[in-house]
Design a binder for this molecule. Structure first.
Ligand SMILES: Nc1ncnc2c1ncn2[C@@H]1O[C@H](COP(=O)(O)OP(=O)(O)OP(=O)(O)O)[C@@H](O)[C@H]1O
Length: 295
């Protein structure tokens, strides 16, 4: 549905996206993880054509690119970007904003009532935006995306300023929405991405350094916190599996899926001597890969 081929962009001498290749389909939520200033927003800006890449192209439905205004219009009917709070109109109400987005992209306001109900905005949405808190504004921005109801959505920092309950609410909505959409979410709430993303891409030095796919077939690891000195001692006897990881100088991860039960039992018994025997068994999540690449 969406293809980025060889997308390159640099500011002055600094390469932000370095010949990026990427394909995504309807029905996916794709998390984008990377530290501040890496290029998440730049990637979204290129997808939306707010910024022209130095080379490479963005292709929608296998045929539309940003080669002329006609095609740009076709693409922009399919694509909405998460509004920034500073772009809200202080003197308009939340309902006014929702109607605006619904009319602009969807051509109908018939879903506005159910969106307000789903996002529990009924008690404030008729007031002017200037009276809203940060969290109320953020929920309105998300509601505007729901009102636009486009097949492609670029959500930058969607959870900013939301409390735990609202993060859970928006996460549930994302899962409900994804069936007929391709949704990108750039976020620093890493654990939250594990709850709804189908895959998470990690950007580093302009490239995708890792793609984490959440499937039931993901490799399982035995995970245990230890200090670097303990890890070094353990390494000396040369029995650690070759594919083990020691992430961020704190987390030992032993690949468990490939071991037989006897080997697994031996390692669990050995690990009981560390960290009061506190260990976890499961696949690696976004936090662990993030630490692997950026710690
Ligand atoms: N118009 C511009 N001119 C010059 N440099 C820019 C421009 N836009 C972005 N950059 C630089 O490109 C880099 C990537 O910025 P970008 O906003 O894409 O990062 P990000 O990963 O979204 O960061 P954050 O997590 O802070 O939102 C930064 O170093 C930024 O300063």
């Amino acid at each position: 549905m969406l293809t980025l081929s060889n997308v390159k962009i640099a500011y002055s001498d600094r390469v932000i996206l370095d010949n990026l290749d990427f394909t995504a389909e309807i029905g996916e939520i794709i998390g984008v993880a990377a530290p501040n200033g890496t290029g998440k927003t730049t990637m979204f800006n290129v997808i939306a054509n707010f910024v022209r890449p130095d080379s490479g192209k963005v292709l929608f439905d296998g045929k539309y690119t940003y080669k002329n205004e006609k095609e740009e219009l076709i693409i922009h009917k399919k694509l909405a970007t998460f509004p920034e709070q500073k772009d809200l109109f202080e003197e308009l109400s939340g309902v006014d904003h929702l109607k605006l987005y619904a009319n602009m992209w969807n051509g109908s306001t018939k879903n506005v009532g159910s969106i307000i109900e789903r996002l529990q905005m009924g008690h404030y949405v008729k007031r002017k935006v200037r009276t809203y808190s940060l969290g109320m504004r953020q929920r309105l921005c998300f509601a505007m995306m729901m009102a636009a109801d486009t097949p492609v959505m670029l959500m930058d920092e969607v959870m900013n300023g939301l409390d735990v309950d609202n993060v859970a609410l928006i996460s549930d909505c994302l899962l409900e929405m994804k069936k007929d959409k391709l949704i990108f979410v750039a976020s620093h709430l890493l654990e939250n991405l594990d709850l709804y993303a189908d895959r998470v891409i990690f950007l580093k030095s302009g490239k995708i350094v890792h793609e984490l796919r959440f499937t039931k077939d993901n490799d399982t690891y035995l995970k245990l916190e230890m200090i670097p000195e303990e890890y070094e001692t353990l390494k000396e006897d040369r029995t650690l599996p070759k594919e083990h990881l020691f992430i961020a100088d704190r987390l030992l991860c032993l690949p468990f899926s490939d071991m037989n039960i006897a080997e697994q039992t031996v390692w669990i018994e050995r690990m009981l001597n560390y960290n009061d025997g506190e260990m976890k068994i499961g696949p690696l999540g976004t936090v662990e890969y993030y630490e692997k690449y950026y710690a």
